[in-house]
Design a binder for this molecule. Structure first.
Ligand code: ADP
Ligand code: ADP
Length: 227
């Protein structure tokens, strides 16, 4: 089943009198349980495409269907709803609440989704156990290692059982050994049926994926299977 269907998407930014073509006609289909990396040099449009995929922004022109729904013309509240319910975000800088423990950080998306407290707690504990942090429920981010912080963030991304996990340079703030551990966790989540999209400029990270999409100057330069 197709989760993401992007067709002829363009994105323009106006900078005073100048118009910047960040995406110049991108088409991309992503099926359930794919593991995809998006690569490209600085300025090629990765962040713009990632913001589009993550329903943080809409195209200037073109089509974007997410699980069969047209998101290209959605208003902010509808986009926020899709982000909260259907997309698990993982960031380079983890984006955890510093004063909250692991459990509360992971419960947060469920609070937004209106899940009742008891169920919230149970699902957050499950998600943290899933990433190997069942013994770190009451640690705050500064009491955790970088790799553990990213695991909390991944548990938070998983807790809503999203259609896609969208990770932006997920190993960018980790030493290489810890980065490999995080990629092993993504591998496990992929094997369990998750759909994973990693945006990265590191070849070593991208080759963990099964498919690599390369951007250049706002266009897809290549899209192929990793051997
Ligand atoms: P990448 O993530 O691959 O570095 P971006 O998607 O950030 O590329 O940028 C693509 C192009 O769009 C660049 O030329 C960048 O300067 C421009 N751009 C990105 N975001 C904005 C913005 N908010 N306003 C104006 N120009 C932008
Ligand atoms: P960059 O890749 O250029 O460093 P970021 O990934 O930090 O930029 O953010 C890209 C865009 O996504 C920004 O417009 C930012 O406001 C938005 N963004 C980042 N994190 C979140 C979030 N958790 N929820 C909503 N929007 C976010």
């Amino acid at each position: 089943a197709l989760v993401i269907e992007i067709r002829d998407v363009t994105k323009l930014y106006k900078m005073g009198a100048e118009i910047i073509h960040a995406l110049r006609g991108v088409s991309l289909e992503i099926r359930r349980n794919e593991y995809l990396a998006i690569m490209g040099p600085s300025g090629s449009g990765k962040s713009t495409l990632m913001n589009m995929l993550g329903c943080l922004d809409t195209p200037t022109a073109g089509h974007y269907n997410f699980n069969g729904r047209n998101v290209a013309t959605m208003v902010d509240d509808e986009l926020a709803d899709i982000r909260n319910r259907e997309i698990g975000f993982v960031f380079q800088t983890f984006n955890l609440l510093p004063r909250s423990d692991s459990l509360h950080n992971v419960e947060l998306p469920l609070i937004y989704a209106g899940v009742a407290p008891a169920e919230r707690r149970e699902r957050a504990v499950q998600a943290l156990e899933h990433v190997g942090l069942g013994n770190r429920l009451h640690h705050r981010p500064n009491e955790l290692s970088g790799g553990q912080r990213q695991r909390v963030a991944i548990a938070r991304a998983l807790v809503n059982r999203p259609s896609i996990i969208l990770a932006d340079e997920p190993t960018g703030n980790l030493d290489s050994r810890t980065g490999v551990e995080i990629m092993a966790l993504f591998e496990e989540l992929y094997a369990q049926g998750n759909t994973i999209i990693v945006v990265t400029h590191e070849e070593d990270i991208a080759r963990h994926a099964r498919r690599i999409v390369r951007l250049r100057d706002g266009l897809i330069e290549s899209d192929g299977v990793v051997r």
